[in-house]
Design a binder for this molecule. Structure first.
Ligand SMILES: NC(=O)c1ccc[n+]([C@@H]2O[C@H](COP(=O)([O-])OP(=O)(O)OC[C@H]3O[C@@H](n4cnc5c(N)ncnc54)[C@H](OP(=O)(O)O)[C@@H]3O)[C@@H](O)[C@H]2O)c1
Length: 256
């Protein structure tokens, strides 16, 4: 039976690697969003070669109108009674490495808008398509950086604090939507060598990737995506992970 996925921020990084990993299973149909499909060459080329991948324009996850358009575009491709089985709100940014005191309010607002409000809108708007499926699973790309108990002392406050909020929202969704059979998971994809991850490595260890591997277990997008699919997405249906904890891509439990 076909399983339908929606992944945002799928033109590069972890999102693109997830599309490729999920597409390996011909029972999966992946709707991959990109702000500008005409500029998303890697994703578009992959979709051309894989009939179970469709590129959907989502101009800006922080825009209600743009998200409505993306939902309508996905809906138009689904059968009459067909819904979305799995939603992965994944789009995110991290570009500031000042101390908490010195980070401008604008950076906090911008990062919060994309990492929190954008992903919140994604769920709110795709909710109606998730309701049409009995699966009703949502996997938010969080980060161990947002952990309060397992605090990481790096100057990533605007970014990390948005992930703390995502963790809160995940817990709240599970309370609100329990009776509707939703399962909402927060997972950490690892420290991944993407555009976003590489900037963090540049700042933390002056771009020394070997050191980053040793210190932080730096992984590739492909390794991350493989772990997310095997340990998080499949792990949920296999009862290996739950909605009450923060999980790493490798299936280990992390502190909230
Ligand atoms: N890399 C890591 O080590 C790491 C660790 C923990 C958590 N994460 C999380 O993993 C997720 C993916 O990150 P990544 O490392 O793959 O980053 P990335 O390579 O920089 O990709 C970020 C993606 O988000 C999209 N995006 C950003 N702002 C958007 C907006 N307003 N509307 C629509 N799309 C938007 C980007 O689209 P454009 O190409 O159009 O900009 C891109 O597709 C993020 O939520 C990040 O916080 C990453």
């Amino acid at each position: 039976m076909t399983k339908n996925y929606v992944i945002t921020g799928a033109n590069r990084g972890i999102g693109l690697a997830l599309v490729k990993e999920l597409a390996k299973d011909s029972n999966n149909r992946v709707f991959a969003t990109a702000r500008d499909p005409s500029n998303a060459k890697d994703l578009s080329d992959f979709a051309k070669e894989h009939s179970n991948v469709e590129v959907i324009q989502l101009k800006d996850t922080t825009s209600v109108e743009a998200t409505d358009e993306a939902v309508a575009a996905v809906e138009a491709k689904l059968g009459k009674d067909e819904g979305i089985d799995v939603l992965i709100p994944n789009a995110g940014v991290s570009y500031s490495f000042e101390t908490t005191l010195n980070t401008s309010p604008e950076v906090y607002k911008d990062t919060y808008n994309i990492n929190v409000i954008g992903n919140l809108i994604t769920f709110q708007k795709f909710y109606k398509l998730l309701l049409k499926s009995n699966n009703r699973e949502v996997f938010f790309t969080s980060s161990v950086g947002g952990s309060i108990t397992g605090f990481i002392p790096h100057p990533i406050s605007p970014y990390a604090s948005t992930k703390s909020v995502i963790n809160y929202l995940v817990r709240a969704f599970n309370v609100d939507l329990k009776n509707e059979g939703f399962k909402v998971v927060a997972f950490h994809p690892g420290l991944v060598g993407t555009d976003l991850g590489n900037v963090a490595i540049e700042k933390a260890v002056n771009g020394d990737f070997e050191l980053a591997k040793k210190l932080y277990g730096l992984i590739t997008p492909e390794e991350s995506a493989h772990g997310i699919v095997e340990n998080i997405i499949k792990g949920l249906s296999q009862g290996k992970i739950d909605v009450d904890h923060l999980w790493s891509y490798d299936g280990t439990q992390l502190q909230w």
